[in-house]
Ligand binder design. Structure first.
Ligand SMILES: [Zn+2]
Length: 164
């Protein structure tokens, strides 16, 4: 699975925002490329009978995709099998980090990225059955977090991932 970073619209952002999104994207990229997670994804694809070649690429987007003023999209999948993984906005992350501290904040963005990739991969099979995809995403993310060799994830973080 080819995972790369895409950054656009650079001129629109302040230096603070640029450096924040560069760091965020690099955390997401590392998280999704981790061999233990890659193996898990392969196992899930086999289990769900989703062909790996249905996925043409996975792009970690540096900047948020705004659906409207309030909501940002976590991910999307094109008809050509291109998966895009989007970050949360800087303002949201600042608040969360102040509230929860660095460790939990990092755990949140890592698990959100994992959940997004799992979610978009499942859409390849269950196309527009959003409810089914959401239910299975929770199930698979929980399975992954209980995997030996996976950093411990608090229940609170998982709840946040599925809430925001
Ligand atoms: Zn969906």
């Amino acid at each position: 699975m080819n995972i790369s970073v895409r950054s656009e619209k650079l001129a629109r952002f302040s230096p603070t925002r640029l450096s924040f999104h560069a760091k965020y994207a690099s955390v997401v990229l590392k998280t999704l490329r981790k061999p233990v997670f890659q193996r898990f994804i392969c196992w899930m694809l086999i289990r769900e009978r989703i062909r790996e070649d249905a996925v043409s690429s996975v792009k970690v987007m540096a900047f948020p995709f705004r659906k409207d003023n309030e909501h940002v999209l976590a991910g999307r999948c094109s008809s050509k099998g291109e998966i895009h993984v989007y970050p949360k906005r800087l303002e949201f992350c600042r608040k969360l980090r102040q509230k929860c501290g660095r460790e939990k904040f990092l755990s949140y963005i890592k698990n959100r990225a994992r959940a997004t990739l799992i979610h978009e991969l499942l859409h390849m099979k269950y196309s527009d059955d959003e409810e089914k995809v959401r239910e299975l995403t929770k199930k698979y993310l929980k399975t992954f977090t209980r995997h030996p060799g996976t950093p411990n994830v608090e229940e609170e973080i998982l709840k946040m991932v599925f809430k925001h």
